[in-house]
Design a protein around this ligand. Structure first.
Ligand code: HEC
Length: 653
């Protein structure tokens, strides 16, 4: 009924009969934040203005566009801008936004693939989108105020506002499309004949480099890129996962840092793949490099391990939630070892979500053993991250005694399966030059308010000695949507060293720096995670719940693991004081105002209780707060008086 009406109106007014549908995409904006168009499916309309630096029409339309946004702000209309200009970069877009007061996201279409698919021609065009059908109900100028080199004081026709009003009233739009005045966009590859792209020489090699490791028989990917026919069949789906940045599973912002294990597609590779798919995925001439290609997967890629740790057999049910498993194995060795590498072989690649492996020293307090924190971290396995080789001439020292501990997370796959995973350790023949160390920026006191769409939690770890930072692992659960690590100098300067703007719980990635990052004493590693506890987050188990810390995925974590070496440490002369490191970790999450000391308000109840009388005494420099050194001295004193080695560290109580 409605559709017939729509067609009639369309015919009468001479506009196109079928409004075009906008396909989903994920783009990063001028600040590096990710935007997924279809996230806004509950909005009453989505409005996008095409922006371009240096275009006078765009600049002159900004006031009108902002006014439009303010008018519809409380009616569930979502406003964004999109820049598909060949010549604009994130930094120049940011500068333009600052100069012209653009206080909304400008999505940067770096590959121009989204702009091409939207048939953009000029900037200043406004798209009004109906999120119920994802149809573009209006495209054209915002109003009639501007023509080239001239503008009226007031618009007399308000095309975009009319289209939004129609959308809100569930009415068809009177005129669905108008010519836009704006600056022509150079789509450099629009008139190139993409049917000439060679499957044999260009496409198959990209897939081999970036995809086939998983998309192979028996691999982790659900289908194998085993021939041209398979690739062609899945090609529309490949286009979709590239546009939405789901594949390949590598989620670091490409503009920040360079990574040894970078698995992402370059801008050119993404363009080539999508253009080839849009040209109909032509076969062309030449052999099929993927035909009969078998990835030789050595059972132990580094050779036979020195020690194999066998996990118990677990039966994973067909569906439901499987509690984390925390198996332990007594250390079977009677001599100390220096581990130089570790490999995880999942028993069943389909169900093993992730495995963390490490060890706990014999001297560690029982309480800490149950906290999910390791003394000696070895490897975090996730699909695509099977092996951890520590930097040259470093090792993880494991004393005799103690136990190996693990955290296993399984995800059911629709049929019952049994998993028995194994972890292989490789030892140095002789003592390496230095310790390879790992720690975590953690906050077990987090609280994520119900229904909040972008809640941030922050903690830091302050280095008291020069260090080299080797890798970073952001970790949160279903509500975690973005994560960032910054280095903050003693002068307060900040440098982002890793940003994961569209964090995906399915992929527990380790990001390894191409060159280790040097950290000076007094600098902090600041870790922020943003959580989406709203109903719009499709992965959210329960938006109505205030979410606390917890190991299970319906709870949350602020957990940023990092590996480092201390510059002045050698394996002969260790300088790391573990009790001090524990105190440092604790201050890093209790110090909410980040002034380097804990005020009375910031102190947790258990310490407050102990210090009702003694706060002034512990605060030896009398600055009204307890810093790391003061808290550490206090814990040392209580340790001595108790005559044991109980720790005051994070997670120990
Ligand atoms: C690290 C392993 C890995 C790599 C590398 C990888 N994939 Fe995947 N891929 C997967 C897994 C696992 C899934 C299933 C994901 C899911 O169900 O959430 C998947 C799903 C897909 C799907 C969706 C299939 C479907 O219908 O669910 C497509 C298409 C795809 N991958 C294409 C690619 C392309 C193209 C590349 C390379 C540019 C690539 N993948 C690289 C592991 C990988």
């Amino acid at each position: 009924m409605l559709r017939i009406f729509g067609i009639t109106v369309g015919l009468l007014l001479g506009s196109s009969i079928q409004a075009e549908r906008i396909e989903n995409f994920v783009l990063l904006d001028q600040h590096g934040e990710a935007h997924n168009l279809y996230y806004h499916r509950e909005k009453s309309a989505v409005v996008i203005m095409i922006q371009g630096n240096g275009c006078p029409i765009v600049r002159n339309a900004l006031t009108d566009f902002k006014a439009l946004r303010d008018t519809y702000a409380d009616q569930g209309v979502h406003f964004m801008m999109l820049n598909a200009n060949l010549q604009d970069q994130r930094s120049t877009i940011l500068a333009e936004a600052e100069k012209f007061g653009i206080d909304m996201p400008i999505l940067h279409d770096e590959t121009q693939l989204i702009g091409e698919s939207l048939n953009l021609v000029r900037t200043a065009e406004v798209l009004v989108i109906n999120p119920k059908t994802w149809q573009i109900t209006y495209r054209g100028p915002i109003n009639d105020r501007q023509v080239y080199e001239r503008q009226k004081a007031e618009a007399s026709k308000h095309f975009a506002a009319d289209a939004i009003a129609s959308a809100l009233a569930n009415q068809p739009v009177a005129v669905a499309s108008r010519d836009t005045m704006g600056c022509l966009i150079n789509f450099a590859q629009r008139n190139v004949d993409h049917a000439q792209i060679s499957y044999t020489e260009t496409i198959a090699p990209i897939l081999q480099e970036k995809c086939v490791i998983c998309h192979t028989e028996g691999g982790l990917g659900p289908w194998a890129m085993s021939s041209y026919e398979m690739v062609r069949g899945f090609s529309p789906m490949m286009r979709e996962v590239i546009r939405t940045k789901r594949m390949p599973p590598w989620h670091a912002d490409p503009h920040i840092g360079t990574w040894k294990n970078d698995k992402s597609l370059s801008v050119e590779q993404a363009q080539t793949l999508v253009h080839w798919i849009e040209a109909g995925a032509p076969r062309g001439d030449g052999e099929d490099p993927l035909q009969g290609l078998a990835i030789a997967q050595a059972e132990w890629p580094l050779g036979e391990p020195d020690l194999i740790l066998e996990m118990p057999e677990y039966t994973i049910p067909a569906s439901g939630v499987v509690d984390y498993k925390f198996p332990r194995l007594a250390n079977p060795l009677e001599q100390a070892v220096w581990v130089k590498a570790a490999t995880v072989i999942p028993g069943n690649r389909e169900v093993v979500h992730h495995i963390l492996a490490g060890s706990i020293d014999a001297t560690t307090a029982q309480a800490k053993r149950n906290s999910g924190v390791f003394d000696n971290y070895l490897i975090g396995y996730a699909p695509g991250n099977e092996t951890n080789i520590f930097p040259q001439d470093t090792g993880v020292y494991i004393a005799p005694g103690g136990e190996y501990t693990f955290q296993l997370h399984y995800t059911p796959i629709g049929r019952e399966v049994v998993d028995a995973s194994r972890i292989g350790l490789y030892f140095h023949d002789k003592q390496p030059g230095n310790f390879y160390r790992q720690s975590v920026v953690i906050d077990p006191t987090i609280e994520i308010p119900a229904n909040e769409a972008r809640h941030a939690e922050v903690a830091y770890y302050e280095f008291d000695k020069p260090a080299l930072l080797h890798d970073l692992v952001p970790h949160s659960h279903y509500r975690g949507v973005a994560s960032k690590f910054e280095l903050m100098g003693p002068d307060g300067s900040r440098e982002t060293v890793l940003s994961v703007p569209n964090y995906d719980f399915n992929w527990q990635r380790t990001y390894t720096f191409m060159e280790p990052k040097r950290i000076e004493p007094g600098s902090r590693l600041v870790h922020t995670t943003w959580y989406d506890n709203s109903a719009a987050n499709p992965g959210n188990p329960d938006p109505s719940r205030t979410v606390p810390w917890g190991l299970q995925s319906w709870d949350e974590m602020l957990y940023g693991a990092f590996s480092y070496t201390l510059v002045d440490e050698t394996s002969e002369a260790p300088v790391l004081d573990k009790a001090l490191a524990d105190t440092t970790q604790m201050v890093g999450f209790l110090d909410k105002d980040m002034d380097g000391k804990l005020s009375w308000q910031e102190l947790p109840g258990r310490i407050k209780k102990r210090l009702i009388q003694g706060f002034k005494m512990v605060d030896s420099n009398a600055d009204g707060g307890l810093d790391i050194q003061e808290l550490y001295s206090m814990s040392q004193r209580s340790r001595e008086s108790k005559g044991d080695n109980a720790s005051t560290g994070a997670g120990s109580e």
